[in-house]
Design a protein around this ligand. Sequence first.
Ligand code: GDP
Ligand code: ZN
Length: 448
Amino acid sequence: MNARADTIAAVASAPGAGGVGVLRVSGDRAAAIAKAMLGRPPRARHAHYAAFRAADGGVIDRGLLLWFPAPRSYTGEDVLELQAHGSPVVLRVLLARLVELGARHARAGEFSERAFLNGRIDLAQAEAVADLIASGSEAAARAAQRSLDGEFSARVHALAERVVRLRVWIEAAIDFPEEEIDFLAAPELATEVDATHADLLALLRAARRGVRLADGLHVVIVGRPNVGKSSLLNALAASERAIVTDVAGTTRDVLRETIDLDGVALTLVDTAGLREAADVVEREGIRRARGELERADLAVLVSDDEHARLDADLLRAVPPRAARIVVHNKIDLAGARARREEHDGVVHLWLSALSREGLDALVAELRRHAGAEEGDAGAFSARARHVAALERTRTHFDAALAALAEHNAGELAAEDLRRAHDALGEITGEVSADDLLGEIFSSFCIGK
Ligand code: GDP
Ligand code: ZN
C-alpha cells in the first residue's frame, strides 16, 4: 500500500448543481485531512456534522464527514468522504482546500484502480462499477450489480480451478514416465475434460449475453433505395417504447437515424451508401456505412420484391458472423398477407411498413435476438474484452485437447492449459499488462 502512499481527492458526485455533492479522499494523509476538517479526530464509520473551514477559519460549507479507516473502505486505504451542498463552486473550493491540506487531484478511475490494486475488488468487478454507473436500462443495472457482487468472477475462478486441476493431473502423469501413458484413456480425466469444456462454453455464452445486455444489440437495416428502410425504422420508432435520436456528424441521411427499441439499438444503412463513389463526401458516407455493418450483430435485409432477390453486393457487405432477417416489405401493394417462413435457418418476414401489418413479428424477432425474451434472471454484465479472453481460453483449451487426442503429447497439453489459465486470469486481472489497466481505468469518470 505504501507504494501508492500519495493521497488523492476528487468530487465524486456528478458535475453540475445538485442537492448534495460528495468529495472523496483516499490515502495516508486522509487521517490528517479528516482531523483538520472536523477539528478533532473522527470516529470510524460515523456521520459527523461539521463546518468545513478554509485556512483562515472561514466556513466554506457545513455538511457530513464520514471516516473509513483502512482496510475497511472502498479503496482499502484510509478514506474520507465529505457531503456538502451540491454547488459546483462550493465543491471546487472544498476540493482546493483538500489539496491545500496535502491531497492531489485524482485521475479518472483512480479510486477504483486503488481498490483493485489493494485487492478489494478484481478487475471484472472494477469494470462492473463503471458499467453500473453507465447502465442504460434496469436489466443492465441489475446485471452490472451481479458482476460487481462477484458472480461473474466466481464463475471465472471456478473454471480456472478446473483448468489448473487438469494441468496438475497431466504434469503429475508426465513425471512418472515408467510406462507410456494414454492420457485420455483415464476415465476420470476424460470426464473432467468434457465437464471443463462444457463449463467454458456455458460461460462464453453467458458473457456474450452479458455484453449484449450492457451494449444493446446492434441491428443494421440495409437494402436498396426505396424499398422502405426509412419507413420501417419510423414504424419501429413509433412503437411505444422506442426513442428516436439523431446521430450527429454523419454526412449522409443514411446513417442519421438510430432508435433504441427497449435496449436494442437500430441503425439505418442505405445500400446506395455502399456503392463505390468518387467524391470525398460520398466516400466518407461509404466508410461509415461499412463501419456500421461491420459492427452489426444482426442485419435486417429489406426488399420490396415478393421473391426477395437480394443484391449480391449487399449480402457481401454483411459480415458472416452477423445474424440476418429478410424482410419482404410492401405486402399491401401485392395484396399479400403477413407471414413468417424460415429458409436455411434464416427468418423471412412479409410485412408492410406503411400499414404496420406484420410489424409485431419483426419486433418479436428483434427482441428474441437481443435476448430480451430470456429475461435477465441470473445474467451478469460482461465486456467485449471478457468475451475475447474466453475465446482465447477456448482456443488454448482446444489445442490442449488436440495435443492429447492426436499426439498423446502431455507436455504440449500442459503448456496449452497454462495459456488457457492465463487468458482466464486476464479477466479478473490476475494476469494483466499495465497498459491494459491504464486503458480500463482511464475510461472511468473522475471520482470513481
Ligand atoms: P428507403 O429508401 O429504403 O428508406 O425507402 P423509404 O422508406 O423512403 O420508402 C420509399 C417509398 O416506399 C416511400 O414512398 C414509402 O412511402 C413507400 N413505402 C415504404 N414502405 C411501404 C409499404 O409497406 N407499403 C407501401 N405501399 N409503400 C411503402
Ligand atoms: Zn431512406
